[in-house]
Ligand binder design. Structure first.
Ligand code: OAD
Length: 262
């Protein structure tokens, strides 16, 4: 992955588009938390889990086959995320929310780092790692007796407990999904940040925004299937590009001498 130097300035056209936007919707993915030390899904995994394909672990069938392995994998991620701090990209998005007339933040991340940075009303499409539910009843379980079972069991019905995250083959929370599509269809500028744009239905959101005539801004050090459709593709890490965007926003400098990302 190329990490672009932070000294380049963002194109004045992008800044102008952002300044003119009445409604900005943002979709984030694992890349936005990469600079906080949280591994992404489709890039190299490190350590103990290098031999496991995360996608192969994130299914109900995988849990039924080997609940201990799946619980442990999520426990490892929960521990990583517990130590992680929101980075400059998360913080810039929390600030951006205050600067634009209307703003919706949609995330595929389950790490709560947007909330930690101060973003309000985050739409969590793929659940939340810090919540636990009963595999059978689907209800949130706050505490359970420490019996040493891995995974622990539901204090109500005795079924296995699992993380409250969306696994492949499962439906997304209906309310969150509908709010996300409403935002995509109503916004006039949509930003896709730190996502490989491969996993649907989240990956359909930028497309829905484009179809309604929104400007599409992508922030990613690498290309994705979305890049060629983006109005502006800003190649760089979110923790560098977003603060630059934010810094330039209040007083867009339209001089032609800027080195552009797009
Ligand atoms: P991926 O791992 O598929 O993609 C991460 C993206 O972030 C890649 O396109 C990277 O190039 C980009 N990236 C890496 N570092 C970055 C940085 N510093 N700044 C900006 N971008 C950076 O993660 P997602 O697209 O989030 O779903 O994956 C989508 C879903 O697939 C996840 O929510 C998860 C996964 O399986 C479920 O668990 C249901």
């Amino acid at each position: 992955m190329s990490q672009q130097a932070s000294s380049s300035l963002i194109s004045p056209k992008v800044i102008q588009a952002l300044r003119s936007a009445r409604y900005v919707a943002v979709l984030t993915g694992a890349g936005v938390s990469a600079e906080s030390g949280v591994p992404t899904f489709r890039e190299a995994q490190m350590g103990l889990w290098a031999k496991y394909n995360p996608e192969a672990l994130a299914t109900p069938q995988a849990f039924q086959r080997n609940p201990t392995l799946v619980w442990e994998w999520y426990a490892w991620r929960r521990q990583l995320v517990g130590q992680a701090k929101a980075n400059a990209g998360h913080l810039a998005l929390a600030e951006l929310e205050k600067l634009v007339p209307r703003f919706t933040l949609i995330t595929q991340n389950v790490d709560e780092l947007h909330q930690q940075a101060g973003s309000s009303s985050v739409i969590e499409l793929h659940g939340n790692l810090n919540r636990t539910i009963c595999f059978s009843e689907r209800k949130v379980v706050e505490s359970w007796p420490e019996t040493g079972d891995i995974p622990p069991r539901c204090p109500n019905c005795g079924s296995l407990l699992r993380p409250d995250v969306v696994w492949f083959g499962e439906t997304l929370p209906a309310e969150a999904l509908s709010a996300a599509f409403n935002a995509a269809e109503q916004c006039d500028l949509f930003m896709s940040i730190g996502t490989s744009a491969l996993v649907h239905p989240a990956a359909s959101l930028p497309v829905a925004a484009l179809e309604r005539g929104a400007i599409l801004v992508e922030i990613n050090p690498d290309t994705t299937p979305l890049t060629s459709h983006a109005t502006y593709a800003l190649r760089g890490p979110a923790g560098q590009v977003l603060p630059q965007l934010l810094e330039a926003l209040p007083e867009a400098n339209l001089s032609p001498n800027h080195q552009n990302y797009d």
